[in-house]
Design a protein around this ligand. Structure first.
Ligand code: HAM
Length: 436
């Protein structure tokens, strides 16, 4: 008698031709991460259960409800890894890496396991691409990992991904904040579920992740940790934002972004898929990347005092977005130059050609005509920035770049670029030969 089997619920087979997209994502990651100096590590699929309880946090959803935990034949409790930060930190400590180099940059790629309720883009076996940088508490490292994720999405042509940013401060902001949260939620405990009550007692910050219906409104009105930051964390966060602005990476300040894992300190961030059309069937793909700084974890796991920062992206979600055709296979031009009829038009067109020869993806509208139509054309071909090249700009020696994907009132909507520094700007924002 034959018996037919189906795969385990929430765990997918990846078959050709889907694999082609996965390989494109992985190849893009390997090429880009190498430029940033991130080297690959591979850790086992299982770890000592206590590692996750200790690092991710006892009161988190992951540890409370979602881990695949079992005893092996030797009676040890082991767990299929639900995430990669704790295993990487464990390996970093176990192999004494801090003794051999002051700063380490690692990345990993592989399956993670969480027993979650399934929906589009949420699985029980899913794949993460993660980056972790150890050894520096400098704001430049926070921005480095954010810039790495940002450039990765850009190279792949992932559309409509918005960077959400917050800071949780260092340990010193916590006690006062936790007190404020307790005061805020205390009157509601009578109507809370047992589960939420326990969370309130053990780690009130985790209440902010609660999906309990009655808590949605109180969570929205809860105090924000941003208002409790110590001076050093506030300065650190300002520096992160200044650096992001210098790199023309737009962000949205998200005071509710506390993330679902306990190890974060200071900067936290997520890249969230927010389709402009509003009602995409893929909007449940939600967060495609999450991360932040975790300055205490290495020490807490028995290692030296080493600050660290990193992120992980959900590759299933990323591939889903790419496959849905929501992503242009080839990213649009970095810059679209709008021209005016008259003698300067030839200069502008010649500059477009020269910039292309230098390896940058730059475009213009050969039909010329009304500026409004040229901007429409730029948006249609997926250009990131639009600028005009006319009498006024040439005389001032400055171009005004408009970030086409951003709303008009966004603080980073416009950037001024010196004409003489145009190539240097492109070199920073789209390296030669890598413009698409
Ligand atoms: P996380 O936010 O739990 O962070 O997961 C990171 C990403 O993995 C999510 O944004 C999502 O794209 C993807 N992901 C998570 N759960 C699922 C699921 N059930 N199905 C599909 N995709 C999923 C972490 O794991 C941290 N270790 C990130 C980090 C690294 N922080 C610092 N370094």
């Amino acid at each position: 008698m034959s018996q037919k089997f189906a795969g385990v619920k929430g765990m997918n087979d990846l078959l050709p031709p889907q694999i082609a997209t996965w390989q494109r994502v992985e190849a893009t990651a390997r090429a880009l991460f190498a430029c940033y100096g991130y080297q690959e590590i591979r850790t086992p699929i299982v770890e000592d259960t206590a590692l996750f309880v200790r690092s991710v946090g006892e009161v988190t959803d992951i540890v409370k409800k979602e881990m695949y935990t079992f005893d092996d034949k030797g009676g040890r409790s082991i767990t299929l890894r639900p995430e990669g930060t704790a295993p990487a930190a464990r390996a970093y400590i176990e192999h004494g890496i801090a003794n051999t180099e002051p700063v380490s940059r690692w990345f990993y790629l592989g399956p993670m396991f969480r027993y979650e309720r399934m929906k589009t883009g949420r699985y029980r076996q899913f794949y993460q691409l993660g980056a972790e940088a150890y050894g520096s508490g400098d704001a430049s490292m926070d921005v480095e990992v954010i810039a790495l994720a940002w450039e990765f999405f850009r190279r792949l042509g992932v559309p409509d991904v918005v960077l959400h940013l917050n800071s949780l401060g260092d340990g010193s902001a916590r006690p006062a904040y936790v007190e404020a949260l307790k005061a805020h939620f205390a009157p509601l405990t009578a109507s809370m579920s047992e589960d939420a009550k326990q969370t309130f007692e053990r780690n009130p910050m985790r209440l902010l992740d609660s999906k309990e219906e009655g808590l949605a409104d109180p969570i929205a009105k809860a105090p924000a940790i941003l208002d409790f930051l110590d001076e050093a964390s506030r300065k650190h966060f300002e520096e992160v934002q200044r650096l992001l602005a210098k790199l023309s990476i737009p962000w949205t300040l998200d005071r509710r972004l506390v993330r679902g894992l306990d190890y974060y300190t200071r900067t936290t961030f997520e890249f969230i898929y927010q389709p402009k059309s509003g009602d995409s069937a893929l909007s449940t793909a939600g967060t495609v990347c999450g991360g932040g700084r975790y300055d205490g974890l290495v020490h807490e796991l028995g290692g030296p005092e080493k600050p660290a920062v990193g992120f992980a992206m959900g590759l299933d979600r990323l591939v889903m977005l790419l496959e849905a055709g929501n992503a242009a296979q080839v990213a649009g031009p970095t810059l679209f130059i709008g021209t005016f009829d008259g003698p300067l038009r030839e200069d502008a067109v010649a500059r477009v050609m020269r910039l292309r020869n230098a390896g940058y993806h730059v475009d213009f509208d050969p039909r010329g005509g009304k500026l409004k139509r040229q901007i429409e054309r730029a948006a249609k071909v997926g250009a990131r920035y639009f600028t005009t090249w006319g009498e006024k700009e040439v005389q001032a020696g400055k171009l005004e770049f408009k970030a086409l994907a951003l709303p008009d009132d966004h603080p980073q909507k416009t950037t001024t670029v010196e004409l003489a520094g145009l190539e240097a700007w492109l070199a920073l924002n789209a390296p030669p030969g890598k413009a698409s």
